[in-house]
Design a binder for this molecule. Structure first.
Ligand code: ARG
Length: 608
């Protein structure tokens, strides 16, 4: 069977050719250079010149003392394309080696992929254990729009890495021990509403958090807008300090505060679980900051013992960049431990218990300095940390129309739940309008179901489709458009492709069985087939730099190649082997789009 990952096969062939080139003494190539050189085998920029091209001749020419074109010719002479590609011609331009997949090989690969439950995506040769730390909200305060990115990007990466064949361990590193509990504890003691707590504990804790935060911060403009908070602030001018004391008492093991914390935590957990359920997000583990508290004194002690940390003005810090630069604090002068202390304990625990090859932290880019310092400390501190890659998968900020961090009109951060509700409500309008225009008369219950998938899918997809490192503007209007690179467009594309089978009364299983790989003679068939076989490449590239937007861009390309194909060529009206081949392309398109969206965590309704 031909290797369905065409690019991987080609890289292997180039690897062999470069090996021969070095063995023949044409140019010296160190083994560790090879991956970088093979990375230069990519999709051709211009389809007229071929499907793939290799550009490494340019990089190696100088060392070989040859013109790039001549070196390219030397590589071509040693390249065995194993019947998968047309024999390569002369090098092009300054030394590009262009290759075109043979039509029969392409057709055979489609026939194989269409029957393969993995759609032609081979699992990675060397599976790794990968820990993914994502979502990780600070609980006891409502989740807001800022939590979307970590949650959605992290969950997509988890699914994709798992599908690639890695052992993935997901861990929600909850902020369940921070100062927000001081606020709730203070609020509970001074202004709780027992009846409200009995009726809806989540809402009451949320109310206490919001109220006490205002009172503690005591910003005049906030208090002016909230008479209740202002009255409380007038009675408790010392609230800010008292809140800190409540937190400190919790950390010192005060029985009353500890018991209250135990009572609040399940409520906080239920709150986030509800949102995770709507987002189809789950975790293997939820080991929050509180889990590591018993280990923190030991961490500081050990860091001191190996000489990495030392006391400075009562506090303890790790001096990474010499004595004059600010250290990474691991214990404050008042004895309190810090965010960094917990993260160091967490790394040690994860290395010990899960023995990961990689730990990925999907966290806001504003924490990059924190992670740089924590990772560097871990590498110096823990001998086994050097075997694991510690990676901060950073992302930018969600902005409003005004280009500033996304806020409500009143200037509050936007609650995540309200955001999901609004997305679904707007999607319901879109679905209902489309239904009326088409006259399909879908029952309301079905339109509501579709709206949940479309509305939440829109929010997730809009986030995933962004290059994660840039900020992006949150716009319901844009994300719910039926054209362009949106969830709705992609969901609709799946429904359209799959609709063909119902319309023609065609049994998909039979198409898969009967598809023998008839030659794809038309250039639009060919382009679609090639696009479909690049699924494996897209997933590989997502993993390479943890960017789900590579997959959204790929799926959008597939949908485009499909439209071009379907608009130009008859499918149901075609005959014989041609009909089967085209139906197979439709089937594979539907499968690839569906699987791709599933890997991103986007639900695909049966019809739209
Ligand atoms: N709770 C933190 C926050 O909301 C994020 C935690 C990320 N994970 C970690 N291991 N530090 O900012």
């Amino acid at each position: 069977m031909p290797d369905p990952n065409v690019r991987a096969a080609l890289r292997r062939m180039f690897g062999a050719a470069l090996g021969r080139l070095a063995a023949d003494g044409v140019v010296a190539i160190a083994p560790e250079e090879l991956p970088g050189l093979l990375d230069q085998v990519r999709e051709a920029a211009d389809a007229r010149h071929g499907d793939y091209s290799g550009t490494m001749a340019m990089a190696l020419a100088k060392r070989a003392g040859k013109k790039p074109r001549d070196l390219a010719a030397e590589i071509i002479r040693r390249l065995d394309v194993e019947g998968l590609f047309e024999p390569p011609g002369e090098p092009v331009g300054p030394g590009f080696i262009n290759l075109r997949v043979r039509d029969d090989a392409l057709a055979r690969a489609v026939a194989a992929a269409v029957r393969d439950p993995r759609l032609g995506v081979a699992p990675v040769a060397a599976p790794q254990t990968i820990v993914l730390d994502y979502s990780s909200p600070n609980v006891a305060k409502p989740m807001h729009v800022g939590h979307i990115r970590s949650t959605v990007i992290g969950a997509a990466l988890a699914r994709i890495l798992k599908f690639r064949g890695h052992r993935v361990i997901t861990d929600n590193h909850l902020g369940d021990w921070g100062t927000q509990f001081g606020m709730i504890l203070w609020g509970w003691k001074h202004c709780r509403d027992d009846a409200a707590f009995a009726a809806d504990p989540t809402a009451e804790l949320g109310r206490l958090y919001r109220l006490v935060r205002k009172v503690a911060d005591a910003k005049p403009e906030e208090l002016a807008a909230d008479p209740g908070a202002a009255a409380l602030a007038a009675r408790h001018p010392d609230c800010g300090r008292e809140v800190l004391l409540e937190t400190a008492k919790l950390h010192e093991g005060d029985p009353e505060n500890r018991a209250l914390w135990e009572q609040f935590m399940p409520v906080c957990r239920r709150e986030i679980e509800r949102i995770y359920a709507r987002l189809d997000v789950s975790f293997d583990h939820t080991l929050g900051e509180s889990f590591y508290q018993p280990m923190l004194a030991g961490v500081v002690h050990d860091l001191e013992a190996v000489g990495l940390a030392r006391e400075s003005r009562g506090a303890v810090g790790v001096f990474l960049d010499g004595d004059d630069k600010p250290p990474l604090l691991v214990r404050k002068a008042d004895g309190a431990f810090l965010y960094a202390t917990t993260d160091l304990a967490t790394i040690r625990w994860r290395l010990e218990h899960w023995k990961p090859d990689r730990i990925l932290y999907v966290v806001d880019h504003r924490q990059s300095q924190h992670f740089e310092q924590v990772f560097e400390t871990a590498r110096r501190w823990l001998p086994n940390a050097s075997h694991a890659a510690l990676v901060h998968v950073a992302f930018g900020t969600v902005l409003g129309d005004d280009g500033k961090p996304f806020k409500t009109r009143a200037g509050d951060t936007v609650g995540l739940e309200a955001l999901l509700d609004e997305g679904v409500a707007r999607a319901f309008q879109v679905v209902t309008t489309a239904d009326a225009e088409r006259g399909t008369e879908m029952p309301e219950a079905e339109r509501r179901r579709i709206a949940e998938a479309v509305g939440i899918g829109a929010i997730k997809y809009a986030d995933l489709a962004q290059n994660r490192t840039t900020d992006y503007v949150f716009s319901f209007d844009k994300m719910l458009e039926l054209k362009g690179n949106t969830a709705a467009y992609m969901q609709y594309a799946v429904a359209r492709v799959e609709g063909i089978f119902a319309k023609g009364g065609v049994d998909r299983a039979q198409v898969r069985r009967e598809c023998r790989g008839a030659t794809l003679s038309d250039r639009r068939e060919r382009a679609l087939a090639l696009a479909l076989l690049r699924f494996a490449e897209a997933l590989e590239d997502v993993e390479a730099d943890e960017r789900p937007n590579v997959l959204t861009a790929y799926l959008f390309d597939v949908a485009g190649a499909y439209s071009t194909f379907y608009d130009a060529l008859p499918v149901l009206k075609a005959e014989g082997a041609e009909r089967t081949a085209r139906l197979a392309l439709c089937d594979l398109t539907g499968q690839v789009l569906r699987r791709g969206l599933e890997l991103l965590g986007i639900r695909v309704p049966e019809r739209m």
